[in-house]
Design a protein around this ligand. Structure first.
Ligand code: ATP
Ligand code: MG
Length: 353
């Protein structure tokens, strides 16, 4: 085992990644990928919690590919970091079941995020699947699978990591020290606002700028962005705080002097939205240019994405099996269970011969 501490985090394969994902989590992953041993999962099982139907399962393949491309495009390096497919790691299903016994139903059912996800999927309370309430438990199985120390996530995910910490503590308490207590690490912008001024940039709200959007789309998105609603003319003093256009300038425009100058003039009613937005468009395109270029290169490299995912998943399976072995040993689920699985393996081999 390497000496490095471990990171685990990931995303559901529900579409391409956006600027919110970048400042919320990806940026920290990139900063830490040398210092930590990193595991980035494609949480396809989590997608099933709100989208179990066949048509959504059929979309997973393409969405998974898009997600790997986004990872590679921002600079996640598969030589350093393990990118893997959650549903192919069987040990996680088993750990999920053990962990379900270590948390109470009210503890998870009252998490606002569960209701938010149900609402986003047009489900009323009565229609919430058992598995959706289990979302944070499955997440605990993911996080604890490589016995990780750190979980870079957006603010909306902090409460879930807290559930993982509780499960890890309880496990260690009942069965002995197997898990580190992982900490969440919130991004530079804990929750990036949407282009429409809503609290969160989110795919389901159609208020996103994707990391793969082309320059024309960026221009259009920024032109339509929500600003200070009271400022109906350029000579009216405007509000910078909480103004999405300036939040994005702060997050993505490295030219601090330009941003400060725009803010000063905006507050004094001496600059029009058109100029502020044009400069934001330019800054975003400068930021996204290398990401889009890399994405294009990886798209053209036939078979590469699949190779990255296969290799990463094989590695994750190995680590997960090691952890599951420790888990069962600590719980005392060894003796007869091990003999049975050995015999089942032998019988299968005999039948094949
Ligand atoms: P979306 O709401 O766009 O569908 P999501 O929340 O479903 O995205 P997840 O796969 O649940 O995406 O989250 C991936 C990671 O990105 C999580 O750590 C989450 O906190 C973070 N994240 C998602 N949206 C934002 C945002 N607007 N600002 C900051 N972080 C975000
Ligand atoms: Mg989410």
């Amino acid at each position: 085992m390497s000496e490095k501490k471990r990171i685990l985090t990931g995303d559901r394969p529900t579409g391409r990644l956006h600027l919110g994902h970048y400042v919320g989590s990806l940026q920290n992953r990139l900063r830490l990928q040398d210092e930590y041993e990193c595991y980035f999962l494609i949480a396809d099982l989590h997608t099933l919690t709100t989208r179990p139907e066949k048509v959504h399962i059929e979309a997973l393949r393409e969405n998974t590919r898009e997600l790997v491309l986004d990872y590679l495009a921002v600079g996640i390096d598969p030589a350093k970091s393990t990118i893997y497919l959650q549903s192919a790691v069987h040990a996680v299903y088993e750990m999920n079941l053990f962990f379900e016994m270590l948390v109470t139903l009210p503890r998870v059912a009252r998490l606002p995020s569960i209701k938010d996800m149900a609402k986003a999927a047009n489900m009323d309370d009565e229609a919430i699947p058992f598995g959706l309430v289990g979302y944070p438990v499955l997440q605990a199985a993911d996080i604890l699978m490589p016995r990780s120390h750190l979980v870079p996530v957006g603010k909306d995910n902090e409460a879930h990591v807290e559930v993982t910490r509780e499960i890890a503590r309880r496990f260690n308490n009942y069965y002995g020290e197997v898990f580190p207590i992982p900490e969440s690490m919130i991004g530079d912008v804990p929750t990036l606002v949407g282009t429409d001024g809503q609290a969160k940039m989110s795919k389901s709200l159609d208020n996103c700028i994707l990391l793969s959007d082309d320059a024309k789309t960026i221009e259009k998105r920024v032109r339509g962005m929500f600003t200070d609603p009271n400022r109906t003319r350029a000579d009216i003093p405007g509000k910078v705080e909480g103004n999405p256009v300036f939040i994005y300038h702060d997050a993505f425009n490295p030219n601090r002097d330009e941003v400060e100058d725009l803010k000063t003039r905006y507050r004094e009613g001496k600059v029009g939205d058109v100029e502020v937005k044009a400069k934001l468009t330019a800054a975003l395109n400068t930021f996204l240019d290398p990401i889009r270029d890399r994405r294009r290169q990886f798209e053209e490299d036939k078979g590469y994405v699949e190779e990255v995912l296969y290799e990463g998943t094989l590695r994750a399976v190995e680590i997960a099996d090691e952890t599951l072995k420790e888990v069962k040993k600590a719980m005392g689920l060894t003796g007869i269970w091990n003999r049975i699985s050995r015999r089942a393996r032998d019988r299968k081999r005999e039948n094949q011969e």
